[in-house]
Design a protein. Structure first.
Length: 210
């Protein structure tokens, strides 16, 4: 069974409290999503392997540790996932970015794919799928399906800001090998498939479309 990491860091929780507030405007909301993603990325990459290399400092030779050639990719689920990419690339500037476009059918709540574009070497990379909200888990599970079955990815993580218990359970059932990183696990989904208390529609609030 995959592991669920819920981050309780004070900086993340403080920023999340502002993110949830309905009075927070588009500019600040967008900045907060990026900042929270950056802080979460710091924790989600804690298991990257290191190797020792010798360098010359201005004073002497030194043996230091660097990331051991691990290739990374960030894959946002469109469109809301785009809001998390810049914050992650600030820490992972050499990571490549793929895109998966999914929308949720308003009647069935099931994900429908409308766009998918990946780096050619995506199967060789450790992939972090990002989406601010893990609600029903349908879109995240479908994204992981595409990455594994269509592109041959073997190392996938999922990073979301807010998750519902139903979404976590659905992801663990569909992809027990994919670890999940979240800033908060909320109470439940309502009858419309929205996370409670949540923060509303993340895509609308990032892009100002509502």
């Amino acid at each position: 069974m995959s592991t669920v990491y819920v981050f309780d860091h004070p900086l993340i929780q403080h920023k999340l409290s502002i993110l949830r507030d309905e009075a927070t405007g588009v500019k600040e909301f967008r900045e907060l999503v990026s900042e929270i993603a950056m802080l979460m990325c710091y924790e989600a990459t804690r298991d990257l392997p290191l190797e020792e290399v010798e360098i010359q400092t201005p004073v002497s030779k030194a043996v230091v540790r660097r990331i051991a050639g691990k290739k990374l990719a960030v894959v946002p689920i469109l469109r809301a996932g785009l809001g998390m990419v810049d914050g992650m690339l600030a820490l992972l500037p050499s990571a490549k970015v793929g895109h998966i476009g999914l929308y949720r059918d308003p009647e069935t709540l099931e994900p429908v794919e409308y766009y998918c574009k990946m780096p050619p070497d995506i199967s060789e990379r450790e992939v972090i799928v990002v989406d601010p909200m893990l609600a029903t888990g349908g879109s995240a599970a479908a994204a992981c399906d595409f990455l594994k079955n269509k592109y041959g990815c073997r190392h996938v993580k999922l990073m979301c800001i807010i998750a519902a218990p139903e979404g976590i359970a659905a992801m663990q059932d569909a992809h027990p090998d994919v670890d999940i990183f979240v800033a908060a696990e909320d109470e439940k989904l309502n009858e419309h498939g929205y996370i409670v208390p949540g923060l509303g529609d993340a895509g609308d609030r990032i892009f100002g479309t509502k």
